[in-house]
Design a protein around this ligand. Structure first.
Ligand SMILES: Cc1cc2nc3c(=O)[nH]c(=O)nc-3n(C[C@H](O)[C@H](O)[C@H](O)COP(=O)(O)OP(=O)(O)OC[C@H]3O[C@@H](n4cnc5c(N)ncnc54)[C@H](O)[C@@H]3O)c2cc1C
Length: 396
């Protein structure tokens, strides 16, 4: 694969870099996602939507940019370089592609514009107590009554459901069929009576995930995607996209750069940590892994551009991508030592007036380390991804 950029691609890179520099909101720079209001989280999305750049991976007919793989690569690199807040994946990368692939014309017209514009916030109603890895055993039920379904059940770990306008939700529509032939895929307005969202506070102190209870929730039949009892197919298609998106190569590159800066500032017996053979080797190992992952991701993107959607190989991207993300947080915490245990709500060190001991870059690193443990669990745990690779890729 030739990775050198043509003059046109260099010009594109300059255009993108300038656009980000001129348009990325200053007020977002000092904040981590944990501190942002709903409006702030959507701010960058809306700016990109106006420019027509919110969904580079969508087909042009639905609002995609029509960029080549190299242009998308450049785009991701430039966003990571400028540390822009990542756009939420639930609409753009998860339910959007399900709607334009399996939805009917009415659904495309009704839902895609709101997703593209960043007007509608979506959440993912897949997992339930007792149905995570074994998702097919979910127990939420939908019963057809005239032109509606009545849905009862509960969902858990629902990321950012506290802000959501809509939820895409799996529910059983055939109590007698085997699990994979019994599930349907619904789009549910979160303002429908009977929905309760209850926060789950995670060990880093953040409110990122929730429980969602559904009690006699009336959902119009036109909000069913595709065919009744065929939801498992759409659900798996969505998971393939979700897992590829988790890899986060460009952002890990930026995180390694940040780690190197920290290790260059931290001294051990008067010598920068970065120059200590043992620590330098650890960084080199993670960089080698990341380069290998980058090329694997590019191969997947190249296949995707030829119309081959992400298959079970997205599990490889998910495992390696999250292992690398976690490794970087481990090395960062190791680099900053005890100062990493200073509690600092995201952005606190820059906005608060309380004394924070140690260098600014150290505060909050333990929270970051703890928060990133989630990456090996969400999107389907890494153990389950190993099982998928064994079965679907290696044929074991
Ligand atoms: C931060 C966070 C955000 C999330 N956001 C969402 C969301 O927005 N929407 C949503 O629907 N879900 C969400 N999830 C849920 C996530 O998809 C599940 O947590 C995940 O699928 C694991 O399911 P579980 O938690 O029920 O664990 P379990 O399935 O109970 O697994 C427990 C452990 O056993 C292992 N295990 C289970 N079965 C096997 C097996 N067959 N072989 C080997 N090992 C196995 C697992 O790897 C895991 O280590 C989120 C999770 C987290 C942590």
């Amino acid at each position: 694969m030739d990775m050198s950029f043509s003059p046109e691609e260099m010009a594109f890179r300059d255009e993108v870099r300038k656009f980000i520099a001129d348009n990325y909101p200053e007020e977002l720079r000092a904040k981590g996602r944990g501190d942002m209001t709903k409006e702030e989280i959507l701010m960058w999305h809306k700016i990109l939507a106006k420019k027509g750049w919110a969904a580079p991976h969508w087909p042009v007919e639905y609002g995609g940019t029509g960029w080549t793989i190299t242009q998308r690569y450049i785009w991701n690199e430039e966003c990571a370089r400028a540390e822009t807040t990542p756009l939420l994946p639930f609409g753009l990368s998860m339910v959007g592609p399900v709607i334009f692939t399996y939805g009917n014309e009415e659904q495309k017209k009704r839902f895609l514009p709101g997703i593209l514009a960043g007007e509608d916030w979506w959440c993912q109603g897949y997992s339930e107590p007792g149905a995570g890895s074994d998702l097919a055993s979910l127990r939420t039920k939908a019963v057809r009554e005239g032109d509606h379904y009545i849905i009862n059940g509960s969902k858990t770990w629902t990321t950012l459901a506290q802000h959501a306008d809509w939820m895409f939700c799996l529910a059983k529509t055939d109590p007698d069929a085997k699990a994979q032939d019994a599930i349907s895929f619904f789009l549910i307005d979160m303002n429908t009576p009977g929905i309760t969202v209850r926060p789950i506070i995670t060990m880093d102190g953040g409110h990122e995930v929730n429980e969602v209870f559904l009690e006699d929730v009336k959902v119009p039949a036109e909000n069913l995607i595709g065919e009744e009892n065929k939801g498992w197919t759409y659900a798996k298609f969505l998971l393939g996209n979700e897992r590829s998106g988790i890899a986060g190569v460009a952002r890990s590159k930026k995180a390694i750069e940040r780690l190197k800066n920290i290790a260059g500032s931290e001294l051990v017996d008067g010598t920068p940590l970065l120059d200590q053979e043992d620590f330098a080797t650890k960084i080199a190992e993670v960089e080698v892994d990341l380069t290998a992952l980058e090329f694997t991701e590019l191969r997947t993107l190249a296949a995707e551009s030829k119309g081959q959607g992400p298959g079970p190989e997205s599990s490889i991207l998910k495992i390696k991508g999250t292992e690398i993300q976690q490794r970087i947080t481990e090395l960062t915490l190791e680099a900053v030592g005890n100062y990493g245990f200073v509690y600092a709500p995201h952005g606190h060190e820059r906005t608060g007036n309380e004394y924070v001991p140690g260098p600014e870059y150290a505060a909050g690193q333990s929270q970051n380390y703890f928060n990133m443990r989630k990456t090996a669990i969400y999107g389907g745990s890494n153990e389950i991804q190993h099982n998928i690779i064994a079965k679907m890729v290696l044929g074991l």
